[in-house]
Design a protein around this ligand. Structure first.
Ligand code: FAD
Length: 301
């Protein structure tokens, strides 16, 4: 039994599937926090867990080490994020081969942000992969990887139009991507309308909603601003006045996130990707609301 169906929905009773995103830790303390979160979430049997790649490839070693530890110490299936930034094709290919040799079979392929930061003009490395679609094709040439890519319900800030954004998504799929995970959003309508547009464009791969539980409203709002995701006034209003009241903030955060996820279930969504920020509690609670229950886990010796 994967999940208890708490909310009969228009989608029928297909099981809920979740995936969790982590970032590689910078210190021993952060490593402990990450590991506690991984261990808490592992019994929910996610479809996969992914580990991000720092801007400009700055976490290459740490991403690799985190993925390696997940493979060695858990039953989880890790997906390694990889970007085109600041590296030649040969260097990126070497990373991909290292992952293959380690036993990783899933890569989240991204262009990455310009080294000068979001908003700056992106210039590919002269010998590097020029676009995320190029990277997807390169990864698929090296091994039979599952490749997940990004999708932007509010369109990517650099896209000149929705059409161009959808063309970019289509190019990644034509190159071999089989799943897209979205940038986070707070208005479900935005996501549902986007999926309609994607389907109308003839794209039929899963477009998995990426949800961010609001661990800290100010941080989330500033992150959203940098990534082009909008923060509705009603969300700001819910957290208004709670800056010095972490206990209430957490309750509100859980309610907001559960409301969003359950509404998506009502609209037939069964796959969810959670940006965990390496913190398990809120995500665990939302998964519980979605009907997931911990299952025994044991790493084969
Ligand atoms: P793409 O899908 O290649 O392009 C996004 C859009 O930009 C396209 O739709 C296209 O319309 C437009 N575009 C691109 N180039 C041009 C151009 N030259 N002119 C006009 N329009 C253009 N970043 C990291 O550094 N590390 C990570 O681990 C990471 N993980 C992520 C995971 C998810 C699920 C998401 C949604 C994003 C992640 N990012 C990560 C952020 C991502 O790298 C940035 O959003 C980056 O700016 C775009 O990369 P992409 O692969 O999403 O872009």
């Amino acid at each position: 039994m994967d999940a208890i169906d708490l909310r009969p929905s228009r989608a029928g009773s297909a099981p809920i599937r979740v995936s969790f995103e982590f970032f590689p830790p910078k210190s021993a303390e952060m490593e402990d926090a990450l590991w506690q979160s991984v261990q808490r979430l592992e019994p929910l049997r996610p479809n996969f867990v992914s580990v991000t790649y720092g801007a400009g490839g700055s976490t290459r070693q740490r991403t690799h080490a985190t993925v390696a530890r997940i493979l060695a110490e858990t039953n989880l299936r890790p997906a390694a994020h990889l970007t085109c930034v600041g590296a030649s094709r040969a260097e990126v290919d070497e990373v991909v081969r290292e992952y293959w040799d380690l036993g990783v079979r899933h890569i989240v392929a991204l262009r990455g942000d310009p080294p000068a930061g979001v908003g700056a003009r992106f210039e590919a490395h002269p010998d590097g992969y020029q676009t995320s679609a190029d990277l997807v094709a390169g990864i698929r040439r090296i091994g039979d990887f599952e490749v997940t890519v990004s999708a932007y319900p509010e369109k990517h800030p650099e896209a000149t139009s929705f059409e161009q954004d959808l063309d970019a998504l289509k190019a990644k799929i034509d190159a071999g991507a089989t799943r897209a995970v979205t940038q986070f959003f707070f208005e479900n309508e935005t996501y549902l309308r986007y999926v309609e547009r994607v389907r109308a464009r003839g794209i039929d791969i899963p477009i998995v909603p990426g949800l961010v539980p609001v661990q800290n409203f100010r941080q989330t709002a500033s992150f959203a601003q940098r990534t082009g995701a909008s923060v509705p006034a009603w969300l700001a209003a819910r957290f208004d006045g709670l800056d010095d009241d972490p206990a209430t903030r957490r309750l509100v955060a859980a309610a907001v996130a559960a409301e969003q996820a359950l509404d998506l279930v009502d609209h037939g969504v069964r796959d969810f990707h959670f940006y965990t920020m390496n913190k398990a509690d809120l995500v665990f609670a939302i998964c519980h609301m979605l009907g997931l229950r911990p299952q025994p886990t044991q790493k084969a010796a």
